[in-house]
Design a protein around this ligand. Structure first.
Ligand SMILES: NC(=O)c1ccc[n+]([C@@H]2O[C@H](COP(=O)([O-])OP(=O)(O)OC[C@H]3O[C@@H](n4cnc5c(N)ncnc54)[C@H](OP(=O)(O)O)[C@@H]3O)[C@@H](O)[C@H]2O)c1
Length: 344
């Protein structure tokens, strides 16, 4: 058990952002370490996952999930250690994936916990390639994108948690894979280390031309992670029968109004009709929770065999979570972003 004097550091939502979040939207407090009740466990976070969806939870507009209330702890997935347990299914020392939030300690009744192998070499992977982002890449690409050998697959956020896995799975399926990433360093990594066929820098003024040159045979699957200017460039290159899994729209998460410029809805719907394009949104656990075991088995094997490489960006210290999260929305992360909250 922790000492009574020990403090539970918590990062709370202080105010709702207008546009891009700033440090002032967060507040750090030191609360008491909670005491687990009947059938509950006390958890201590080792790793906290930082994900773009958290921007949505900071706003109170309509969404598929409830917002964080002002003064509440920011939500987030964690890899946590069971410190003490009143639940027969868990014992001290167990390693679990939890919804621990941006704090050191939390209690759980166990229903939302997933046990991990306590000897797992890199437990943080349970928040990345072997967790929610990897699962998202796997289901979105294979179930909705349905890539076929020889087809061209394009994915943005190509060095990130979801995109890096999408591209690597598409390569395993025999596709030609074009990544889109921010800057030459990320693009070079995606091609040289992750094995994509090409990668185009969306920050370059010649982006649309460069993408067209990299997709000489058009685009059969566009895995949508970002929206914005990337989607505009992709739309013109889609082949008849293309599939678009709509996973995320990070380019718009800080928008405060609809984008300027001519209304492009007519162009979009005409392209969908004339090219018979299938575009489908999905929310990973709501739509595919029942297929988690299949994913875990396949992805664990691919990682063990070295067929999927891991790109992880580890930030040390819970207090650095706000800055790291703000940076993620600007493309400052390089790979799956996790915070090391406490060393082993
Ligand atoms: N539907 C679901 O269930 C589900 C589940 C998980 C994630 N997602 C979504 O999947 C997407 C990727 O998530 P992730 O966890 O893999 O994040 P990530 O790629 O690790 O980090 C976000 C990246 O987005 C890129 N980005 C930011 N603004 C951009 C812009 N305006 N144009 C192009 N790229 C931009 C940046 O990379 P660059 O430097 O390369 O620009 C940034 O590093 C997000 O939209 C997220 O919301 C959806």
């Amino acid at each position: 058990m922790p000492q009574n004097s020990e403090i539970n550091r918590q990062i709370l939502l202080n105010s709702r952002p207008v546009g891009a979040p700033t440090a002032r939207n967060f507040r750090v407090e030191g609360g008491a370490v909670p005491t687990p009740g009947k059938s509950e466990v006390l958890l201590r976070a080792r790793y906290l996952s930082l994900d773009p969806y958290m921007r949505g939870r900071m706003s109170d507009g309509p969404s598929y999930a409830a917002p964080v209330q002002l003064g509440e702890v920011m939500v987030g997935g964690t890899v946590s250690t069971v410190v003490s347990s009143n639940n027969p299914k868990f014992k001290e020392g167990d390693l679990v994936v939890a919804n621990g939030g941006w704090q050191d300690y939390t209690v759980s009744n166990g229903s939302d916990l997933m046990k991990l192998d306590p000897n797992m070499e890199r437990p943080s992977l349970a928040l990345g390639v072997l967790g929610m982002p990897g699962f998202t890449a796997y289901m979105g690409l294979l179930d909705i994108g349905q890539p076929k050998k020889g087809e061209t697959v394009v994915v943005a956020g190509a060095s990130g948690a979801v995109g890096s896995v999408v591209g690597q799975i598409a390569k395993l399926k025999g596709c030609r894979v074009v990544g889109v990433a921010g800057g030459p360093e990320k693009c070079a990594y995606v091609v040289k280390e992750l094995g994509f066929d090409a990668c185009v820098d969306h920050r370059s003024p010649t982006f649309a031309k460069d993408l067209a040159a990299a997709c000489a045979d058009g685009i059969d699957v566009y895995f949508e992670n970002v929206g914005g200017a990337v989607f505009d460039a992709v739309l013109k290159l889609l082949n008849t029968g293309a599939r678009i899994p709509v996973c995320g729209l990070i380019a718009h998460y800080n928008d405060t109004k609809l984008p300027d410029g001519p209304d492009r809805l007519g162009l979009l719907t005409r392209t969908i009709l004339t090219k018979r394009i299938r575009m489908q949104g999905f929310i990973i656990f709501a739509d595919y929770g029942h297929r988690l075991p299949e994913f875990m088995e396949q992805m664990t094997a691919w990682v063990k065999e070295g067929k999927i490489k891991i790109v992880e960006d580890v930030v040390v210290g819970l207090e650095n979570a706000p800055e790291a999260f703000i940076g993620q929305l600007e493309g400052k992360n390089f790979g799956k972003l996790v915070v090391e909250v406490s060393p082993e």
